[in-house]
Design a protein around this ligand. Structure first.
Ligand code: CA
Length: 217
C-alpha cells in the first residue's frame, strides 16, 4: 500500500484529504505543524507528501530542504494562488500544486498522476482471483489471459484500487472516460456488465442502489 504524508494545519482540510485518500486505498499519516513534519520526514519514508505552504513552525518551502534529499514526490497545497508561490514551489522541486479550495476528485487525479510519474503505481495486483499486471495491462485468471478493451481495463483497475468502496457512476465515468458525466448511466452499466462477465466477477462486483458499483473485498 502506498503511504502518503499530509502536512496541513487546518484540521478539517487535513481530515477530508485523509479520508479521501484512505478511501482510494492509500495509507495516510497526518502532521499539523512544520517541526513535526520535519521530524517525520527525516524518520520515515513516504511515497508522496502533500504539503501546505503556510504552517506553524516551519513553512512548506523550508520543509523542501528535508524532503529533497529523500527524493519524495511533493504536491503543494496552497491557499495563496499567486503565480509567485506556485513558481517558488515548483522551483524548489515540487511536482505539482493544488490551490485551495480544491475538489477531491482533482486531488485524487493529481496524486495519481504524480505517483504514476514516479512509477509508484507500476506493479502487480492480486484482486478477486485475478492477477493484474499494470505495466503490460494484462489480466490473468488461473494462468489464462483475459483480453480486455482499454476502457474495461481502466474500469477493472479503478475497482481493484478501491475494494469495498461504493463508486458513484459519475466518479466511474469521469475516471475511466476522463470527461464530464452528463447523467447517461448506460455507458457505465454496459461496461460493468461486460467486465463482470469477462473476469468472472458476477458475484463480486455489486450494484449499489442509486449509487453505482462496489467491488466486494
Ligand atoms: Ca496552512
Amino acid at each position: 500500500m502506498l503511504r502518503i504524508l499530509i502536512v496541513e494545519d487546518e484540521k478539517p482540510i487535513s481530515e477530508l484529504i485523509r479520508m479521501s485518500l484512505s478511501s482510494a486505498g492509500y495509507q495516510c499519516a497526518c502532521v499539523y505543524d512544520g517541526i513535526a513534519a520535519a521530524d517525520l520526514i527525516e524518520q520515515e519514508t513516504f511515497d508522496l507528501i502533500l504539503l501546505d505552504v503556510m504552517l506553524p513552525g516551519a513553512d512548506g518551502f523550508e520543509l523542501m530542504e528535508y524532503i529533497r534529499p529523500k527524493g519524495t514526490p511533493v504536491i503543494f497545497l496552497t491557499a495563496r494562488g499567486t503565480v509567485a508561490d506556485r513558481v517558488k514551489g515548483l522551483r524548489l522541486g515540487a511536482d505539482d500544486y493544488l490551490v485551495k479550495p480544491f475538489e477531491i476528485i482533482e486531488l485524487l487525479a493529481r496524486v495519481e498522476t504524480v505517483l504514476r510519474r514516479y512509477h509508484k503505481l507500476d506493479r502487480m495486483m492480486e484482486v478477486g482471483g485475478l492477477s493484474i499486471d499494470i505495466p503490460s495491462r494484462t489480466v490473468m485468471r488461473d494462468g489464462l489471459e483475459i483480453p480486455l478493451t482499454k476502457k474495461e481495463f481502466e474500469l477493472l483497475l479503478l475497482f481493484a484500487r478501491n475494494p469495498g468502496i461504493a463508486l458513484y457512476r459519475e466518479t466511474i465515468y469521469e475516471r475511466v472516460w476522463e470527461s464530464d458525466y452528463l447523467g447517461d448511466s448506460r455507458t457505465v452499466d454496459l461496461h460493468v456488465q461486460r467486465l463482470r462477465k469477462k473476469v468472472g466477477w458476477e458475484e463480486k462486483l455489486k450494484a449499489v442502489y442509486k449509487v453505482g458499483y462496489r467491488l466486494e473485498e
